[in-house]
Design a protein around this ligand. Structure first.
Ligand SMILES: Nc1ncnc2c1ncn2[C@@H]1O[C@H](COP(=O)(O)OP(=O)(O)OP(=O)(O)O)[C@@H](O)[C@H]1O
Length: 549
């Protein structure tokens, strides 16, 4: 990402070195009162460092019984680390964990489960080749010996009825949606008797309808006196579902307050410590219809290995200087579309044209060299090499170019200088470039990918759900970067499920449904109702169909 506007983006100073704003000051006092709330879990003075860098710095956190408690903070603020301490994945360097007032050592995740604490991580840990029922019973002390598939499935069906989370017990995990996989993860935890459920950014991969299903299940869980800790960057959802919030900044807890006394704006101020975010020029002003077409699909059809059609005769043009939004419920062909547009996937039928010329053998590296950047939807699996360092990942797309390479000569010194610049521009301040990228927080991984790809996108940037996992400052910075690119004549393809984001940032919006373009509208003529209808495959109220531009 480009550097944020002055005074924008993340707060680099530690809370200790800042003068708290009035709102913050009041809430820091509120934090002192926190210990007086009846606590199911109390974390006191939790400190945890990695290679000398403090991820948690004397954190206090109190969870009451029967509450949904949101844990908020910038990328890298230390939220996941704190929860990994509570679930026994990490041992704290200092501090105490109290469960119902009694000090407890949580040496491992199995001790956490035995204590009634279960966590569902951002990246699911299921075995794709196993069925839902097998995954739920894997490693569970109550799994019967020599149980047949039908016994495991019947036991799973009973859990489904008990907790109101619908999954198909006999389905293979590889074949189910992200929302269903999440329900399997939650059922795994609830089956083991969790009274405290920790969810790390659970709605990042869910459709709006799935979010409501999840929230209904969480409310039912709370109604039985259980508690939920919800790590989230989505303040609208936090206001909707949470009873209480704790805000972390730079490894410390800076505020704890009931949601009823907060607003989205006040929470945003607490998170980033300042009010100004990078502003993007207004979109939807219309791009010149004569602007050159940089990237084009003609009649593109893609099938998967089982011959199921993922994209069905797609015609699409990306023009210079436009932000082309792709709306649609995830799973309607978005992944295949972004991969075809970036040379990662060759169509079974149809043509991909760059600058009007058909590309005979589309290839990801060739497309990158032509200036087509790609922020894919699954950063850890497809955008990053998890075991390689930050520096290696940062320059991954520029190895063959000057200054990193000169002819066939690779220049490690130049690669390091460039990596440092990319890491700094991604605002991963004070990061060790030699650290494996898997040790970065989820949001910081996304920042690195976004910065690397916007750098190489001199023609087109294809961004699939690019703001997933980003904190509010980083979201604003990313949107500003997209508009800066489009102002320079780059075509930006923004794939998103969030209608608001598309209406605000796109010039045109194409709706993808069942692998087809259900319609393309100028953003100025689109509204949530019309887009929603197209996204669900209904065009009856618009008999003329969508307007093709
Ligand atoms: N295993 C690890 N090794 C080294 N550093 C780590 C490790 N786990 C976390 N960190 C560092 O600790 C800091 C806090 O990370 P953490 O994942 O807790 O942040 P977060 O608030 O959950 O961020 P996000 O919103 O991006 O998920 C980061 O600087 C991260 O790089």
């Amino acid at each position: 990402m480009p550097p944020a506007a002055p005074g924008a983006g993340r707060s680099k100073a530690s809370p200790a070195s800042r003068t708290p704003e009035p709102a913050t000051r009041v809430l820091v006092v509120a934090s002192n009162l926190d210990s007086q709330r009846g606590s199911l879990v109390a974390l006191r003075g939790i400190t945890k460092s990695f290679y000398g860098a403090l991820a948690n710095d004397g954190v206090d956190f109190t969870l009451a019984g029967g509450e949904i408690h949101a844990l908020l903070g910038e990328n890298g603020a230390g939220k996941s680390t704190l929860m990994n301490v509570l679930t026994g994945l990490y041992q704290p360097d200092a501090g105490t964990i109290l469960i119902e007032g009694h000090p407890r050592r949580i040496e491992s995740p199995s001790v956490a489960i035995a204590t009634g604490i279960g966590m569902v991580h951002q990246h699911f840990k299921l075995v794709p080749a196993f069925t839902v029922a097998e995954n739920i019973h894997l490693g569970w002390s109550e799994t019967p010996w020599r149980a047949s598939a039908s016994v495991l499935e019947a036991r799973t069906a009973a859990l489904v009825r008990r907790f109101g989370l619908t999954v198909v017990p006999s389905a293979h995990v590889a074949d189910i949606s992200a929302g269903e996989q999440q329900r399997v993860e939650i059922l795994r935890v609830l089956a083991r008797g969790a009274r405290i459920l920790i969810l790390d950014e659970p709605t990042a991969v869910l459709t709006p309808a799935e979010v409501q299903v999840l929230f209904a299940a969480l409310r039912a869980f709370r109604a039985e006196g259980n508690s939920v800790i919800l790590i989230s960057h989505k303040l609208g959802e936090v206001m909707e579902i949470a009873d209480h919030v704790t805000v972390m900044r730079a490894g410390r807890s800076v505020a704890s307050l009931p949601t009823a006394g907060a607003s989205r704006a006040s929470l945003a101020r607490l998170i980033i410590g300042e009010t100004s975010l990078p502003t993007a020029p207004e979109a939807g002003q219309g791009v010149c219809p004569d602007a050159p077409v940089l990237l084009e699909l003609q009649g593109v059809t893609v099938r998967d290995s089982r011959r199921i059609v993922l994209l069905d005769g797609i015609d699409l043009q990306v023009r210079a200087g436009e932000v082309l939004g792709i709306a649609g419920v995830a799973g309607n062909g978005q992944r295949a579309l972004s991969e075809v547009l970036t040379g990662c996937l060759r169509p079974d039928e149809g043509l991909v044209l760059v600058d009007g010329v058909p590309v005979a053998q589309p290839d990801a590296r060739d497309f990158a060299e032509r200036g087509i950047g790609h922020i894919p939807e699954d950063r850890l699996k497809t955008a990053l090499a998890a075991d390689l360092s930050l520096a290696e990942n940062a320059v991954l797309r520029e190895y063959a170019r000057p200054p990193v390479s000169h002819g066939i000569a690779f220049r490690p010194g130049r690669a390091r200088i460039l990596a440092r610049r990319i890491i700094d521009d991604a605002e991963l301040d004070r990061r060790d470039p030699d650290m494996p990228v898997r040790n970065l927080s989820g949001g910081n991984q996304q920042r690195l990918v976004a910065q690397r790809e916007t750098r190489i996108a001199s023609r087109v940037l294809v961004a699939a759900y690019p703001t997933r996992g980003l904190d509010i400052g980083a979201v604003a910075t990313l949107h500003a970067a997209m508009h800066r690119l489009s102002a320079q004549g780059v075509g930006v393809v923004l794939i998103s499920e969030e209608i608001e984001e598309l209406l605000e940032h796109a010039d045109r919006i194409a709706v993808l449904f069942a692998g087809r373009i259900a319609g393309i509208l100028p953003a100025a003529e689109a509204d949530p109702e019309r887009l929603g209808l197209l996204m669900s495959g209904q065009t009856a109220s618009h008999p003329a169909g969508a307007i093709a531009l």
